[in-house]
Design a protein around this ligand. Structure first.
Ligand SMILES: Nc1ncnc2c1ncn2[C@@H]1O[C@H](COP(=O)(O)OP(=O)(O)O)[C@@H](O)[C@H]1O
Ligand SMILES: [Mg+2]
Length: 230
């Protein structure tokens, strides 16, 4: 049985409405979800259903209209922006549809970045961990390439290495292969699943790919602002 110690993310009565336009648009209306340590969860739902909005809320990147999100029992609502930033750096990793790598830095430097931002990790130690991760995602020959010198699939591999370099409790992925051809996407899915087997990290992946969703331990569907077990 799971107990509260194993809950890496807890979200209660979360709502989000955008009201800057002429009409109020309610995107999320009462999201309840718990994610457990090491779990692999897919979030599916039609385009515009609010998946990206939800991930941004879960990551504390955007303010909810009401409700609460706690990461490893730390309630984000009461935190300052700085505290939320530190919490994200400590517990979370992210992979987006577009890689969001820094163009002027190499694969190794991009991967080491989350470790360099936090206090207490030396450059040598950060580079060593980054290199280990890049080897695990099959990029030992690309350590010193910049994003523009990498293929789309290679860039996403770097993004995955960067997300895992801090050994986070939870990685949030927003359509991580949505921008890749089918074969490259399939190889990246395989890699993600292999990595997920090897680490204690929970994965929450927004995906349109039924094949990937089917390989996760749980599938949640976002419909009419609510998250339902599929
Ligand atoms: N900053 C914003 N201001 C107003 N409306 C937004 C904003 N961001 C997203 N939306 C709207 O919220 C809905 C959900 O968007 P999104 O979360 O991006 O959906 P998904 O990722 O599932 O495709 C859409 O109707 C979108 O137009
Ligand atoms: Mg989206």
């Amino acid at each position: 049985m799971n107990n509260s110690r194993d809950v890496v993310l807890s979200c209660q009565a979360l709502t989000k409405a955008y009201d800057e336009g002429p009409e109020k648009l309610t995107v999320l209306s009462g999201i309840e979800v718990e994610i457990f340590r090491g779990e692999r969860v897919a979030i599916v739902g039609s385009s515009g259903s609010g998946k990206t909005t939800l991930l941004n809320m879960l990551a504390g990147l955007d303010k909810a209209s009401s409700g609460s999100v706690a990461i490893c029992s730390h309630d984000m609502a009461t935190m300052s922006d700085n505290e939320r930033g530190e919490l994200r750096n400590r517990y979370l990793g992210f992979v987006y549809q577009f890689h969001h790598l820094l163009p002027e830095f190499t694969a190794l430097e991009n991967t080491a970045m989350p470790l360099l931002i936090r206090k207490g990790t030396s450059v040598a130690e950060a580079n060593k961990r980054a290199e280990e991760l890049l080897i695990r995602v099959g990029l030992e020959q690309r350590l010193h390439h910049k994003p523009a010198e990498l293929s789309g699939g290679e860039r996403q591999r770097v993004a995955i290495a960067r997300a895992l370099v801090t050994q986070p409790a939870l990685v949030l992925m927003d359509e991580p292969t949505g921008n890749l051809d089918i074969h490259t996407a399939e190889r990246i899915h395989q890699l993600m699943l292999e990595l997920a087997e090897q680490v204690d990290t929970a994965f929450v992946v927004v995906t349109h790919d039924p094949d990937l969703a089917g390989k996760m331990s749980r599938v949640l569907r976002l419909v009419d602002g609510q998250l339902l077990e599929d």
